[in-house]
Design a binder for this molecule. Structure first.
Ligand code: G6P
Length: 610
C-alpha cells in the first residue's frame, strides 16, 4: 500500500532514501517523509504531497548520516496532511517509525496511553504504535524488547522499520501481513516494502515472514520471531534488473508496460508450452498433480484486474477441461462461509501476491481443507509462499497502478492451465496442438495492435471529455468489457460500465443517447451476429459506437462510428488481443485529460489493507 525504505551502510543515507522512495512511489503517493540520525537526535522531514516535493523541501540539506528510514504514504487513518505523514515519533522524539498496514486496536491503545499522560500530534494509528514503543523503551531501557513487547500486543497488520537516535547504527524491521524485504549488499543493508527499491544496490534479498523481525546492525543482521525465537532466512536472487523498473524512454510506466506485452506474454509461456506434443508443462504444479486430476471443481479468486483474469479463466477452463469453475471476489469469499469440498481447488490470482483480501481468501480456503494454488507475479510474495503450489507469471515488476501486462500474463497462465487440465481430461492432443500453435502467434499479433496505436489516440482525442462510457462484450470477451471499463475509471476518472452485450437491453440502454460512447468488442466468432444486433440497438438511439473488430470485417464499418482492428485468432483466444486497444484507449484518454496516469488519485498498486 505505502512504500517503506530503510538504509544502513557506507553511503549517505538521504539520497538512498529519496531514491528508494521514488522507486516505491507507485505504491502510495499522498505524502512522504524521512528520518536520519544526527548528533542532536533525529532529523525528520515529512510532508503531504509527492516525493519530488519532499526532495524540494530537502534541497541543500547535507546530512552525513549513513542510516535512516523513509516512507511514501497512501492514507488509511487520517487525511494526507503533513502531520499524518510518516515517519512518526514517540513522545521523546528519539524513536521514529515507518509503517505499512493497520493497527486495529489503536484506539484502545491510544486511550490507555492518554490515561498515562501521552499526547498525540497526528490522526494515525502509526503514531500510537510509535508512542507505545517509546513508552515501553522508557520502562525497559531496551529498544528491541520494547519493540517485541509492543508488537505482541498490537492487533492488525504491519510492516515496520524503526530507527532510534540512541542506536543510530541499528534498524529494527518487523512484519505481520505487510511485506518487508531486506537486501544484503557489500557492507550495507536496504530494507523495503518491495524489491524495486533494492535492486540497484543488491540482488541478494530475503523476505521476513509474519511475526518475524530483523535487527540490523553494522555487524550483521539477526532475525527472530517477535517472541524472541531465532529464525533462519532463505536468501533469494532478484530476477529483474534496473531497466525493468525504469521508464526506458516512455512517458509513463503504464505505456511502457502496455508495450512490453508481446514480450511478457511470451515470457509467461516460455518453456511451458509444448506445441508439438500438444501439452503444457507447469513445473510449479507437479506436486499437486494428483489433486488436479481428482478435482471436481475450481474456485478462482482475486481482486480488481486479477478478478477479471479469473473470469476469462472460467470460460477457458470450462470449455477446454469441462471442469466447473466458480469465480469469487476474494473480499466476498473470505467472509461468505463458502462451501468447499476437500477435492476443490482454489486458485488465488494476484499480481502483487500481497493483496490483503486475496491473502485472507487463501488462508480461509486452506483452513477449510482445499488445495490452494497461486497465480502470482511477485516471486517470494505472501500468496506465493502461503499457497500449496502455483505458477509465476514472470511479467517482471509492474509499476503503473493500472494493471496491464500482468493481466495478459495472467491470461497466458490461465490458458496454459486450461490446456493442462484439459489434457488430463477430454482434450485431444490435436486440439491442444492447434491452440498451442496459435498461442505462439499471439505476441506478434499484440505487436500489430501496438504498432497501430496512433489510430486509437485519434479516437481518444474525440472522446476525452465524455462523462460516461459503456463497454459491451459477449462470451469470453464479457470480462474484457469489464476490464476496459475498469481501466478507464482508474486512470481517466470517467464513469464507465462493462456489460454483457445482451444485458444492455435490461437497463443500460436507457442511458444511451448521442453523448454516450459505447465500446463494443465484436470479433468474428459465433456470437458476432448477435453483437451486430446489439450495435443496431445502440445506433437506433444515436449512441457513438467504437467497435473492436477483426481485420477485414466488412460489416462493422457501416454501423460503427469508429473501428479499431485486431488480427484474427481463435475465438477463444481473442481476449488476449481485444484487451490491448482498451488499455491504450484508457491511457490516451487519461493523457488527453492531463492526468497522472501512473499515479491515479486514491488508488494504490497493492492493497494490503482491507
Ligand atoms: C489494486 C490495483 C489493481 C489490482 C488489484 C489487485 O486495486 O490498483 O490494479 O488489479 O489491486 O491486485 P493484485 O496485486 O492482487 O493483482
Amino acid at each position: 500500500m505505502c512504500g517503506i525504505v530503510g538504509y544502513l551502510g557506507h553511503r549517505r543515507a538521504l539520497p538512498v532514501l529519496l531514491n528508494g522512495l521514488k522507486r516505491l512511489e507507485y505504491r502510495g503517493y499522498d505524502s512522504a517523509g524521512i528520518a536520519v540520525p544526527t548528533e542532536d537526535g533525529l532529523y525528520i522531514a515529512k510532508r503531504a504531497g509527492t516525493v519530488a516535493q519532499l526532495e524540494a523541501l530537502l534541497a541543500g540539506v547535507e546530512l552525513p548520516a549513513t542510516s535512516g528510514i523513509g516512507h511514501t504514504r497512501w492514507a488509511t487513518h487520517g487525511e494526507p496532511l503533513d502531520r499524518n505523514a510518516h515517519p512518526h515519533t514517540d513522545a521523546s522524539g528519539r524513536i521514529a517509525i515507518v509503517h505499512n498496514g493497520i493497527i486495529e486496536n489503536y484506539s484502545t491503545l491510544k486511550a490507555k496511553l492518554r490515561e498515562d499522560g501521552y499526547t498525540f500530534r497526528s490522526d494515525t494509528d502509526t503514531e500510537v504504535l510509535a508512542v507505545f514503543i517509546g513508552a515501553l523503551y522508557e520502562q525497559y531501557g531496551d529498544l528491541e524488547l520494547a519493540v517485541r513487547t509492543a508488537l505482541s500486543e498490537v492487533q492488525g497488520t504491519f510492516g515496520i522499520v524503526i530507527l532510534c537516535a540512541d542506536q543510530p547504527d541499528t534498524l529494527i524491521a518487523a512484519r505481520r501481513g505487510s511485506p518487508i524485504v531486506i537486501g544484503i549488499g557489500d557492507g550495507e543493508y536496504i530494507v523495503a516494502s518491495d524489491a524495486t527499491a533494492i535492486v540497484e544496490y543488491t540482488r541478494s534479498v530475503f523476505y521476513l515472514t509474519d511475526d518475524e523481525m530483523a535487527i540490523i546492525t553494522r555487524e550483521g543482521c539477526q532475525t527472530k520471531t517477535i517472541d524472541d525465537i531465532p529464525t533462519s532466512v532463505q536468501l533469494l536472487e532478484l530476477e529483474f534488473d534496473l531497466e525493468r523498473i525504469e521508464k526506458g524512454g516512455f512517458p509513463h510506466f503504464m505505456l511502457k508496460e502496455i508495450y512490453e506485452q508481446p514480450q511478457t506474454f511470451l515470457d509467461a509461456c516460455r518453456g511451458r508450452l509444448l506445441p508439438h506434443e500438444g501439452n503444457v508443462k507447469l513445473g510449479g504444479l507437479r506436486s499437486v498433480e494428483p489433486q488436479l486430476r481428482r478435482a471436481r471443481r475450481l474456485i478462482l479468486t482475486g481482486c480488481g484486474t486479477s478478478w477479471h483474469a479469473a473470469l476469462v479463466g472460467e470460460y477457458w477452463i470450462e470449455e477446454l477441461a469441462r471442469l466447473p469453475v466458480e469465480v469469487e471476489y476474494a473480499s466476498e469469499f473470505r467472509y461468505r462461509n463458502p462451501v468447499l469440498f476437500p477435492e476443490d481447488i482454489v486458485i488465488a490470482i494476484s499480481q502483487s501476491g500481497e493483496t490483503a483480501d486475496t491473502l485472507a481468501a487463501v488462508r480461509e480456503a486452506k483452513l477449510r481443507g482445499a488445495t490452494v494454488l497461486g497465480i502470482v507475479n511477485v516471486v517470494g510474495s505472501s500468496i506465493a509462499r502461503e499457497t500449496h503450489a502455483g505458477v509465476y507469471i514472470h511479467a517482471g515488476p509492474e509499476i503503473g497502478v493500472a494493471s496491464t501486462k500482468a493481466f495478459t500474463s495472467q491470461l497466458a497462465v490461465l490458458m496454459l492451465l486450461a490446456l493442462y487440465l484439459g489434457r488430463m481430461r477430454h482434450l485431444s492432443a490435436a486440439q491442444a496442438q492447434d491452440i498451442a500453435a496459435e498461442i505462439r502467434r499471439l505476441p506478434e499479433k499484440i505487436q500489430y495492435i501496438l504498432d497501430h496505436a496512433e489510430h486509437i489516440r485519434q479516437i481518444a482525442r474525440q472522446y476525452a471529455q465524455a462523462r460516461n462510457f459503456l463497454y459491451l462484450g459477449r462470451g469470453v470477451n464479457f470480462p474484457i468489457a469489464l476490464e476496459g471499463a475498469l481501466k478507464l475509471k482508474e486512470i481517466a476518472y470517467i464513469h464507465a460500465e462493462g456489460y454483457p452485450a445482451a444485458e444492455m437491453k435490461h437497463g443500460p440502454i436507457a442511458l444511451i443517447d448521442e453523448n454516450m460512447p459505447v465500446v463494443v468488442i465484436a470479433p468474428r466468432d459465433e456470437l458476432y451476429e448477435k453483437v451486430l444486433s446489439n450495435i443496431e440497438e445502440i445506433r437506433a438511439r444515436h449512441g457513438q459506437i467504437i467497435a473492436i473488430a477483426n481485420e477485414g470485417d466488412t460489416e462493422l464499418p457501416h454501423v460503427a462510428n469508429h473501428i479499431i482492428t485486431i488480427p484474427h485468432t481463435l475465438p477463444l483466444l481473442t481476449p488476449v488481443l481485444t484487451v490491448i486497444p482498451l488499455q491504450l484507449l484508457a491511457y490516451f484518454i487519461a493523457v488527453e485529460r492531463g492526468l497522472n496516469v501512473d499515479m491515479p488519485r486514491n488508488l494504490a498498486k497493492s492493497v494490503t489493507v482491507e
